[in-house]
Design a protein around this ligand. Structure first.
Ligand code: PMP
Length: 731
């Protein structure tokens, strides 16, 4: 028989004092009834000391009491600071199991708990669950009516709710539970939990912090989110409705500061709180009818529970769920595009494709739309180790939880990253100093300032359709972005290698156009110039002539670095050249903004620069951890070798198509340019592939070259998908 269906024990205070004396030797004590639902609880004040006596219902299974007892001891062993009332003794008195607990001081709390107290409450709750998560007991699978998993079993109790409107309200909460929570329940994290950490089961100190957790009577194996929902319902009950969700989110924060929620848990939290409220009122109605003499205790929470349940019902379960962290459904693509246009269209680059690619997730080489439709990403060079690589996302999340601050304080990740980057640079380059920044543009901007300071010159040489960044200085060094007919007087351009011109001659001509050279800045993959492959001699000539002219050579590895070219981590290393400055970005954090300038102390010493550089987010611990994780994943997965093999095969297969519109296939590693007959054909091909959900781009001065830059994790099977689609598009 369930303990809820047996009569609770009915000892008088004197009787209880006698039990305390006989069973636990607390002679001469006075007992005060503390009130309880299915047991009796007395405060015993005796000459030998104070304690709390619990006289259990005769229906109570001894194994369950053992579960409670062991759970408390376990939690206290794991986290001795947890404010749990310690068990002092167990015994039997007649038909009753009797237990003695440490007396803790404090008061009961409720809706008057302020935000800090709510946060701390939830934090303590999470601590308790952390302490219990390694606990096992054979009785933990006990059947407990109060277990939220059993919400559907409330239905037979519904006739006890006299008011028809209210009955319907509870019914709707149960329906919703069956529809949304029950099917997902097996996927919720579960463990032994307290099960009823409501504000009546804790004692609070004068600052309203939990000073005592007192009743493990609902301890069982259950979903952690359900256990939290029980506590949350009690924290929210009785508050002004306009405050309910704000306070609820603060409680979520408090719990999450110790145990981060999974999205599924947040998706279901609102429904779980509603189920708990429904459970309170339904069980209360049923039990009050059965035990009218105990009705006052049983119904203590009813009014506030009904009020909150009514508020939830009026708002609608979806809205409630969202208020507490459930994921919102995707906005329809057209509507989202219109909103984007209104909010940022005046300044931000337009969307790629007439039919926007609307995305919700990424995994490896795949990008996924809100409905789960998959796009093969053969375009984006940022997710170099694949979209949402767990090594990187976990590094970012862990470091975000631990610390994120700026480089004026000392912390390991920045130093580790700087040392690691230097160690990857070819020894002959003697690069010894790193400046961490936030974007490729910023890296190039810093490189430019250093070069101007170190050389005293203000001229720059770049390839004729290069892109190096967005800042004022670097936009000047980015002919791809120049308005028609514009060229800053301080910038001269050269034709990229492989375009028929002699780069040495080109450089000499360019030098003639300048009044002193500060930098020659080169993207090692010549990405915006249509993807080009320079020879060792061409690159050597560029560097030598740059130095002869008093300038510095900047290897812009923002595109070509991090293994993309398939030979070395850094594309310039394949040419054995010695750059003065190396800039890194884009793939460096696999999507987390982080970039770097690598140079030599000797160059920094030469320039009359205003001391040192600082960039608020530059080299922050999270960015540094992301960058370290990327380097780790590239190494562990041997991605540089893979990029070389998969990229070479891709180019061979495209060339072997012998498709009529193809002029030239070129590239290194996983950066491939396919020059086509005309920009129009290139545009048609890009759009055809988009229809097949394969993403590539266009590049080159005439925009006639297909730009293919998949994540380095992509394999032959992905290359084959692309080539087959390309064959269809070119046919
Ligand atoms: N350099 C090169 C070679 C680039 O391709 C880019 C970006 N396309 C940049 C610099 C600028 O990087 P960011 O957009 O991160 O500022």
């Amino acid at each position: 028989m369930s303990v809820l269906e047996t009569q609770p024990p009915a000892f008088t205070p004197d009787g209880a004092a006698e039990v305390a004396a006989k069973a636990f030797g607390l002679a001469g004590g006075a007992a005060t009834d503390l009130g309880s639902e299915r047991d009796q609880t007395f405060l015993i004040e005796s000459p030998a000391g104070d304690a709390v006596l619990k006289i259990s219902n005769t229906g109570e299974d001894p194994a369950v009491l053992d579960l409670e007892h062991e759970a408390i001891l376990h939690a206290l062993r794991v986290d001795p600071e947890l404010p749990i009332a310690r068990p002092l003794g167990r015994s039997v008195h007649g038909d009753h199991q009797v237990r003695l607990f440490e007396r803790l001081h404090g008061r009961k709390g409720g809706p008057e708990l302020d935000d800090d107290a709510v946060r701390a409450y939830a934090q303590t709750h999470a601590r308790l669950n952390l302490a219990l998560r390694s606990f096992f007991h054979p009785a933990a699978g006990r059947e407990l009516l109060w277990d939220l998993a059993r919400t559907p079993q409330l239905r037979p109790l519904l006739p006890s709710i006299a008011d028809e409107r209210r009955r319907a309200l509870v019914e709707r909460a149960i329906d919703r539970f069956e529809e949304r929570v029950a099917p997902a329940w097996p996927r919720l994290r579960a463990q032994v939990v307290h099960g009823d950490l409501n504000t009546d089961n804790v004692l609070l100190d004068e600052r309203h912090r939990i000073a005592g957790i007192v009743d493990f009577g609902d301890c069982s194996h259950s979903a952690q989110a359900a256990d939290f929902a029980v506590a949350l319902a009690s924290l929210l009950r009785g508050r002004p409705v306009e405050d309910v969700f704000r306070v609820g989110r603060i409680a979520v924060d408090g719990y999450a500061s110790r145990i981060p929620f999974e999205q599924l848990e947040l998706d279901l939290l609102g429904d779980l709180v509603a189920a708990r409220l429904a459970m309170i009122v339904a069980i209360s109605a049923w039990r009050s009818a059965r035990y009218p003499e105990n009705a006052a205790y049983i119904q203590a929470w009813d009014d506030d529970s009904w009020t909150l349940l009514e508020h939830f019902d009026a708002l609608g379960a979806d809205a409630v769920a969202r208020e507490l962290g459930a994921a919102a459904p995707a906005v329809p693509t057209r509507e989202l595009a219109a909103r984007r246009d209104r909010a940022v269209g005046g300044i931000l680059t337009g969307l790629t494709y007439a039919e926007p690619v609307h995305l919700a997730r990424g995994e490896g080489v795949w990008l996924l739309g809100p409905g789960g439709e998959r796009f093969l990403d053969s375009y984006n060079n940022v997710p170099v180790v694949g979209h949402c690589h767990p090594r990187v996302t976990e590094a970012v999340v862990r470091q975000t939880r631990a610390l994120n601050t700026h480089a004026r304080y000392l912390y390991e990740p920045l130093v580790e990253l700087a040392e690691r980057l230097l160690a990857t640079m070819p020894a002959e380059a003697a690069l010894d100093t790193v400046m961490l920044v936030n974007s490729g543009s910023e890296a190039n901007d810093v490189a430019w300032r250093i070069a101007v300071g170190a050389t005293g010159n203000r001229g720059a040489i770049v390839t004729e359709h290069a892109y190096h960044g967005v800042t004022d200085a670097i936009a000047d060094l980015s002919p791809e972005e120049w308005p028609h007919g514009f060229r800053p007087a301080s910038v001269a351009t050269i034709a990229p290698p492989g375009s028929g011109a002699d780069v040495a001659v080109e450089l000499d001509r360019a030098l003639g156009e300048l009044d002193g050279l500060a930098v020659t800045m080169i993207d090692g993959a010549f990405t915006s110039d249509g993807v080009r492959v320079a020879t060792r001699d061409e690159m050597a000539a560029l560097v030598r002539r740059t130095h002869d002219a008093g300038g510095l050579f900047v290897a812009d590895e923002v595109q070509a670095g991090h293994g993309r070219t398939g030979e070395h981590l850094w594309s310039f290393a394949a040419h054995g050249l010695v750059p003065d400055l190396v800039t890194l970005g884009k793939p460096m954090g696999n999507g987390y903004p982080v970039a770097a300038v690598v140079t030599r102390r000797e160059i920094l010493d030469r320039f009359a620069f205003a001391g040192t550089v600082f960039s608020t987010f530059g080299g922050n611990p999270v960015a540094a951890r992301a960058a370290l994780a990327v380097l780790d994943a590239i190494e562990d997965e041997r991605l540089v070798v893979r990029a070389a093999a998969v990229g070479a095969r891709l180019r061979e297969r495209i060339a072997a198509l012998g498709a009529p519109g193809v002029v030239e296939v070129r590239g290194r590693g996983q950066i491939t340019g396919v020059e086509l007959e005309s920009p129009e054909l290139a545009e048609r091909v890009v759009n055809r592939l988009r229809e097949e959900r394969i993403l590539i781009g266009r590049t080159g001065r005439r925009d006639d070259t297909l730009k293919i830059r998949p994540p380095l994790v992509s394999g032959d099977e992905h290359a084959d998908l692309l080539v087959d689609a390309l064959a269809r598009a070119l046919a």
